[in-house]
Design a protein around this ligand. Structure first.
Ligand code: FPP
Length: 235
């Protein structure tokens, strides 16, 4: 399978709640299992040669979930960052948490900053985790900062990265995977996905493994990407 050297894959990790409910467990148990899947998929992605992996962990709309679920998700994220940063350091994976930080608990912001500092030298893969993330908010905020200046697409992209606390040069998304059977973008990376290939699978996130990732990458490798142009041989 031939993949681009600078491959950016983004994943909407859907289906934790249903996975738990199917087993008569609380939704939080699905998120715990989902975090285990994150660990496996991060390693499998680095192994597969993915250069940037962006995971949708907590959308700005997720604040509307019951308080107990929000608390358990934020706690899980803090634990993940605290325990996985060293593992990422060993695997030369650079962590970058994108999204708003002004509404997150102080201890989570500290865990984010520490994990980003610790892994800043990682050059094998960039692991971006979207927390309190909303594309619409990011685009609006970047537009507000741009105000009346005449900006190039590149300038605007840099402003977006600044709004999102994103490290530079993550590049556009090549492949967007959504698990859990739904087929929508849910306010995730709307700008970055302008030419992304979309891949939807019925697998619930906790059941998504290395072979399902390989299947998605194989499907992607077969896609013909034209970026609005025509192929040279048909021009
Ligand atoms: C959507 O499933 C999933 C989320 C809102 C949270 C995703 C979080 C994790 C996978 C675990 C923590 C993340 C990291 C990076 C450690 P859902 O709850 O909406 O599922 P449902 O559609 O079945 O209800």
């Amino acid at each position: 399978m031939s993949l681009p050297g600078n491959l950016h894959v983004a994943i909407i990790m859907d289906g934790n709640g249903r996975w738990a409910q199917l087993r008569g467990m609380p939704r939080s148990a699905g998120h715990i299992q989902g975090a285990k899947t994150v660990r496996r998929i991060v390693e499998a992605s680095a192994h597969a040669g993915i250069r940037t992996l962006t995971l949708y962990a907590f959308s700005s709309d997720n604040w509307g979930r019951p308080g107990t679920e929000v608390d358990s998700l934020l706690k899980l994220l803090r634990c993940y960052l605290a325990t996985e940063a060293r593992r990422c350091l060993r695997h030369a994976i650079r962590i970058n948490v994108i999204g708003r930080r002004d509404r997150l608990p102080r201890d989570l912001v500290s865990a984010i900053e520490q994990s980003e500092r610790l892994t800043a030298g990682g050059s094998r893969m960039r692991l971006r985790i979207a927390v309190d993330y909303s594309s619409k908010h990011s685009i609006l905020e970047a537009a507000r900062r741009a105000s009346r200046n005449a900006l190039s697409v590149q300038d605007f992209q840099e402003l977006l990265a600044e709004v999102d606390h994103a490290v530079p040069e993550s590049g556009p998304v090549d492949l967007l995977i959504r698990t859990g059977g739904e087929q929508r973008l849910s306010d995730f990376l709307l700008w970055d996905c302008a030419y992304a290939e979309l891949y939807f699978t019925d697998h619930l996130w906790p059941d998504f493994g290395e072979s399902e990732l390989r299947e998605a990458l194989t499907d992607f490798a077969r896609r013909q990407r034209r970026f609005g142009k025509v192929l040279a041989e048909t021009a």
